[in-house]
Design a protein around this ligand. Sequence first.
Ligand SMILES: Cc1ncc(COP(=O)(O)O)c(C=O)c1O
Length: 425
Amino acid sequence: MQFQNSREFARELDRKDKLANYRNEFIFPKVNGKDVIYFVGNSLGLQPKRTQQYVDEVMKDWAELGVEGHFYAEKPWWDYHERFSEKLSRIVGAEPSEVTVMNTLTVNLHLLMVSFYRPTNKRYKIICEEKAFPSDQYMIASQVRFHGYDPSDAIVEISKREGEQNFRTEDILEKIKEVGEECALVLIGGVNYYTGQVFDMEKITQAGHEVGAFVGWDLAHAAGNIELKLSEWNVDFAAWCSYKYMNSGPGNASGCFINKKYHNKKDIPRFEGWWGHNKEKRFLMEPEFQPEPTANAWQVSNAPVLALAPYLASLEMFDEVGMPALIEKRNKIVAYLEFILHEIDKEVESTFEIITPARQEERATQLSVFLHGEGRELFKYLMDSGVITDWREPNVIRLAPAPFYCSFEDMYEFGQILKKGILGK
Ligand SMILES: Cc1ncc(COP(=O)(O)O)c(C=O)c1O
């Protein structure tokens, strides 16, 4: 499609956008009395208006029923988390039995590593990407040390080539082959948090399996953002947070995928608790643990229902719209944002560079922009002008126009504000 850098053209795209009405389903913060242009759905998604009602419902049940809410609430609490499996399975491409919600992301990755990182003297290395999200780096290093290994030996980072901004799939596959029988686990972020690069999860998972390793994915930036086929790709495990593209609120619960081939397997160890116990017998308080025959066996504590309520509200919206429609709009709005950036770049004489891959298959909602001449001042100018973006050292702003609530006119408007900011207002 031939884009134009004009308000009229952007409005025409909005008129044709089948998801345009969903913008009204969200609450926008305001700067100078105006709704912001919100580019940080990759960090914390906006609050859906219907979320309040889901939270109120739990508060009301709690007030009126007390502990009886576990069984007699509108949505009983004792199996509240089970409402998520089917809806989430559609988002991550899994069977409902393979998906559950519990805890938070880093906690879940730790718990999943209890099952899937069991090093031996011969096979103890973990392959991850260089400069992974810091929490992943800390998590992996602490797991390695916990098992008595030295992170500098046991952690193998995949590097980018000199002068390149993104990882090459062939380099990742090569590294997996090279580490070979020493590789216990491949654990990478499905979408790189810094550049927005989407990894070829199918090929990488296959390569990991070929050398006999487990393969897990941190899907923080992938869930609700890209098409996932975790079952079909034969992924061993994955976890994601829900507060980014899934709009469930700050610090909220994490989703987990555990391939069904590991359910009911005695040789897969796990840290256990009563919410993973056979649900029909949970309240018999028997001494011996009987696991649920699904990913729910990995549940530890009783579900934090007040936290899960906003996540459920959000999932119902995903169910109404479906990932294919979100992805279709995502591709168009990101392409339009890219066009606007290039147009502005011409007018201001190349002061920035998009470091996210240009190929649609290798990127999703996020464009990361490296500012060459401009710096934090421009970032501050954008924020003061109602463009909410984020800053990542040394000189990158990340722009993620979430298809649920960003408009094409936002992209145009952002371009105008950016130009003003660079040219000195
Ligand atoms: C890629 C990635 N991994 C892990 C985390 C940590 O998430 P949490 O604090 O929910 O454990 C984040 C948070 O933004 C993230 O982006």
